[in-house]
Each structure stands twice: as C-alpha cells, then as structure tokens.
Design a protein. Structure first.
Length: 224
C-alpha cells in the first residue's frame, strides 16, 4: 500500500501491481529490475528474471489487492499493456468492487477495447534522451487510441527546458493531451533540481506539472 506518486492522481492512496517485461529500454529507467536482464541501462546491472518475476494467477493478485482496503489500484511496470489480455479479468473484478484503476504505459501499444473506459491510462511517451529509437518509442496508432480513451493523461519525463520543445513537437504532431510534465529524478536532490529548472516554463506553456512524491518522500527505494 502506498500513494500514487505521479500525475493527475498524485497523493491518492493506492496499491500497486508491478508487471515485468518492457518493449523499450530507456537508459535512465528507474525500474530496470522489471526488464533489464542484460545490463543495458545506466546502472549496468543485469537483473535475474528468476529472482525478479513471480507469476501469479489474477485471482490471487485480486485477493491480495482487496486486503489493502484502498480505493485505487495502479498497474505499472515494465510495460503493462504487453500483457493486457491477462489484465482484463483483474480490471473487471476490481471495477466490480468499486476500485478506480490506473494503468501506466509508455504509449507504444494500443489498448484492448475491454480496458477503454474501465481504467485511466497515464501515458508516458519517451523523449530522445531515453535512448530508444524514435520508431519504437512513438507509435502513432497507439498514441491515437490512448488519446481517445476517456480520462487519459500524457506524462512526459523531462530534465531541462530544452526537453519541453521536444514535448511540444510530439504533442502537436500527434494531437495528444492533456499534458503533464514530470522532472526526471531517481533521488530527491536530482528530482528537486530538475523540478525547479522546469516549473516556470511548464506553467508558461499552459501544461500541468507533477513531481514524483514517492521519490521526494522515500527516496529510491523498491517496494514503495
Ligand atoms: S518504458 Fe518505462 S519501464 Fe520501459 S524501459 Fe522505459 S522507463 Fe523503463
């Protein structure tokens, strides 16, 4: 049990489901233990999937989530939509018990119809500084499908004001929004520095600003 740390629902109590596997390999990824089995990320650490991944039937995940007694569940990763067909029964069950559900996604995979309207998608398209090739990180059909889903928010990880020009170009080209800008930062000092560098320009451009509450409150700890 924790709080949603980022985006439109920041600060709200929730439980997290973190899924393994990702179709991108962002060099600054803060959850490399979900996908980086060869050490290609900034840390250079090759994580062991036998230690990191724990397959569970969705009914067991559902039961564990109910025990937290929180109003919201956030599904994150990795890239959750890589295994979205297996998410459908869990989302249906959670919606049936009155939970709000958010799915964090990198925006490269179109959502299944069963998920549209049942969840909020927090879409985080990646900029060039992720190191992922543009053709892999920006998929027009997937962005359009996610933009059309009710409640979707687009959240961009930025370091400098120059990154905001790249965001503006993506937003204009793909016709997506609303936009949230989130400073990159895996430790509080880095997060604070980047937040200060971005804040004025984000407001001036008419976008929303979010921090990363879990980093500010607890630092770079797993399991938060
Ligand atoms: S898309 Fe997300 S989980 Fe995947 S590598 Fe990039 S930051 Fe990490």
């Amino acid at each position: 049990m924790t709080v949603q740390g980022e985006g439109p629902s920041a600060g709200q109590r929730c439980a997290f489901v973190r899924l393994g596997g990702c179709n991108l390999s962002c060099r600054w990824c803060d959850t490399p233990y979900t996908w980086d089995w060869t050490g290609v990320g900034d840390s250079g650490v090759a994580y062991d999937p036998r230690r990191e991944l724990h397959p569970l039937p969705w009914r067991e995940v559902f039961g564990r989530l109910l025990a937290y007694r929180v109003p919201m569940v956030v599904v994150s990763g990795g890239e959750p939509l890589s295994q979205q067909s297996r998410l459908v029964p869990l989302v249906r069950a959670l919606a049936g018990t009155g939970h709000r559900i958010e799915i964090e996604t990198n925006g490269t995979i179109a959502p299944r119809p069963e998920l549209v309207g049942a969840v909020r998608f927090n879409v985080s398209p990646k900029l060039a500084h992720s190191g992922d090739p543009q053709a892999r990180r920006l998929v027009p059909g997937a962005l359009a499908a996610l933009a059309a889903a009710p409640g979707t928010a687009f959240k961009f990880v930025c370091r400098t004001a120059a990154d905001l020009d790249e965001v503006a170009s993506i937003v204009e080209r793909h016709g997506i929004g609303p936009v949230w800008i989130m400073p990159e930062g895996r430790v509080p000092q880095e997060l604070d520095r980047n937040l200060r560098a971005l804040a004025d320009e984000v407001v001036a451009r008419g976008w929303n600003l979010t921090t990363r509450l879990h980093i500010a409150a607890w630092g770079n700890r797993r399991g938060i």
